[in-house]
Write a protein that binds this ligand. Structure first.
Ligand code: 5RP
Length: 148
């Protein structure tokens, strides 16, 4: 699967670990920065770039990383067509796909061990949208608002 990943300084180390792990899992991972560790960098441009790439390439998924994942989720969700979910355990990661058809997952690198974060991301990537009409209806309502 094609995966677009992005992180600021707080998620930088986890991003490197995820690029290695997900590539080893057979995914095609595109890194949208940060390219280097810079303790003063800002997350929006990286997350917006990953979000735009996900929307431009249907079927791909995105991962945005920061200290909490909150700002990264907020930024990614500004891209029309992005449904970014903040996942904080395997269940919320799976539900983001099953119920919300999330195409981007946000994670707080300061909230998890590396192993925990990898497991959460792998759970997100392995899950599919249920296609249940009640979930689709709700997603469509949000999309209708977004396209006004
Ligand atoms: O999680 C984040 C945004 O939601 C950022 O990674 C976090 O705010 C960065 O903090 P600092 O500049 O103090 O390292």
């Amino acid at each position: 699967m094609r995966i677009h990943i992005a992180a600021d300084h707080a998620g930088f180390e986890l991003k490197s670990a995820l690029v290695d792990r997900l590539t080893a899992d057979g995914h095609d991972v595109i890194d949208h920065g940060a390219e280097h560790y810079d303790a003063q960098d800002d997350y929006p441009a990286f997350c917006l770039s990953a979000g735009e790439a996900v929307v431009a390439e249907p079927g791909s998924l995105g991962i945005v990383l920061g200290g909490s994942g909150n700002g990264e989720q907020i930024a990614a969700n500004k891209v029309r067509g992005v449904r970014a979910a903040l996942a904080w355990n395997e269940t919320t990661a799976r539900l983001a796909r099953q119920h919300n058809d999330a195409n981007v997952v946000a994670l707080g690198a300061r909230q998890h061990s590396e192993e925990e974060a990898v497991t959460i991301v792998q759970a997100f990537l392995a899950e599919s949208f249920s296609g249940d009409p009640r979930h689709q209806r709700r997603i469509d309502q949000v999309a209708a608002y977004e396209s006004r």
